[in-house]
Ligand binder design. Sequence first.
Ligand code: F6P
Length: 341
Amino acid sequence: MRIGVLTAGGDCPGLNAVIRSVVHRAVDNYGDEVIGFEDGYAGLLEGRYRGLDLNGVSGILARGGTILGSSRLERDRLREACENAADIARDFGIDALIPIGGEGTLTAARMLSDAGLPVVGVPKTIDNDISSTDRTFGFDTAVGVATEAMDRLKTTAESHQRVMVVEVMGRHAGWIALESGMAAGAHGICLPERPFDPGDLVKMVEERFARGKKFAVVCVAEGAHPVEGTMDYGKGEIDLYGHERFQGIGTALAHELERRLGKEAKPVILGHVQRGGTPTAYDRVLATRFGWHAVEAAHRGEFGRMTALRGTDVVMVPLAEAVTELKTVPKYRMDEAESVF
Ligand code: F6P
């Protein structure tokens, strides 16, 4: 069998672990040939690829990013790819394509699969917002980075009697904010799923200071919005990929709290540091398992599906199911963290 693999969308710790696992299982166990397309679907459309053998994936398990490069694909180019799906498979002689990516990549994977390309998807995203898998690799690493950052910020905040507003990633789903906020013991958590009232945060900080606590940490997801009319914060325009441009909620909220409290409030934007660097052990294991199962599925001819974690098992689910809705933070998870909202 000749298997093509690509990584698309925002990068994520664990991508290299999947690539390595695919190559090991396919080459070692089945004697397959594996080729890696460069820079996501762009490499597929432009015919940029290279052979991947055991030596080529040696030493990459613990490395962040992706050795293949990644990119996002504009809708028009995706349509072009779908129209040429059969030619693509024939031109590259591939019997299976394994795209590793988030919601956008898997939507594209589904379209390519519907157009006739033999596709087995592997979900990835630090946001953990893909509905049909309990977890995506990369999330554990991102939560760890954000938690450590808040642990560190607490000691400096306390020394200077400051409020720290820590902005973490999460456009529509606040999983990183929820779990890192809980793990770090943040005093306030703001999620995209539930508009927040800055007045509640002001009250929380004032109560803390009244109890002799001289600092506070608020964890805010980049996609969080204030309740309408509670503070000056607009909606961003829509970018090329259909995403709302962020307006910088961390900075806006820190300024708002400083103004209302008369105390120093500093924004800390964690940004892409959450996605960089070495994956945690958990993410390496999950990524490795996903790679193994993707190759197995390809050999069973189970196309149009993707790997998913259900409990502790890796199963195959239809790509269609994976991209119908985003997995957002449910109310019961917010209730569990209520004391810090
Ligand atoms: O989807 C993963 C993610 O890291 C989001 O949390 C974030 O909003 C987005 O990607 C950032 O993308 P970019 O790399 O284009 O800045």
